[in-house]
Design a protein. Structure first.
Length: 201
């Protein structure tokens, strides 16, 4: 059974499975339905497009820096420069059950200079569409061991993120040659992936 994390909690994935090598990181969310949340939300949804959330990943070095744009994996760059990470594609609406977007990581092939993988989600064109994460519910991140297809970890983001337009969901990082995961769930007002990336330059 998967371990459910709360915000700020950490888990040593390598200790959970010493042979862990290939994982799938699934991220999911649902739009708040128009009938929920009062008249304001209902009227807002009746006049705005569907919410397009994009999951992305930053590959950071030991100094928590992006060495180049090649170290960003997102819908416009679905495979990392070294091939160890593959984004499975963009979901434009968030409708449906289960993962909305998935990122495959071959931990053994992640370059040694990459010490941390940061998973983020932002709302595409959020300013023009006047959208924020207060319009999203049931957001989560989970990690599945691809060797046995078992879910190892799940983090449900239960906070209200009204007026936040980007989320740093969680981080995978190396420590003493082991891979660990920390549940973050930090909301920001960043309005694009590029704006989020600048914090690591």
């Amino acid at each position: 059974m998967a371990i459910n994390l709360q915000k700020g909690q950490r888990i040593n994935l390598s200790k959970e499975d010493a042979s862990l090598s290939k994982i799938m990181v699934g991220l999911g969310w649902d739009p708040v339905k128009g009938g929920q949340g009062g008249g304001f939300i209902k009227s807002l949804f009746s006049s705005t497009p569907e919410i397009d959330c994009d999951a992305s990943l930053f590959m950071l070095n030991a100094n928590d820096k992006l060495e180049s744009s090649k170290h960003v994996v997102y819908f416009g760059n679905l495979k990392s420069y070294d091939g160890s990470i593959v984004h499975m594609g963009d979901n434009l609406t968030g409708d449906g059950d289960g993962d909305d977007e998935q990122i495959m990581v071959n931990l053994k092939d992640v370059p040694s200079n990459v010490q941390k993988l940061v998973f983020v989600v932002n709302i595409y064109d959020c300013i023009k569409r006047r959208q924020h994460f207060g319009m999203i519910q049931n957001a989560f991140i989970r990690i599945v061991n691809m060797d046995n297809n078992k879910e190892m970890v799940r983090f449900n983001l239960t906070e209200q993120y009204s007026n936040m337009t980007a989320l740093t969901v969680g981080e995978l990082y190396r420590h003493d040659n082991e891979w660990k995961f920390v549940a973050l769930g930090q909301g920001t007002g960043d309005t694009s992936l590029g704006e989020m990336a600048r914090k690591y330059q």
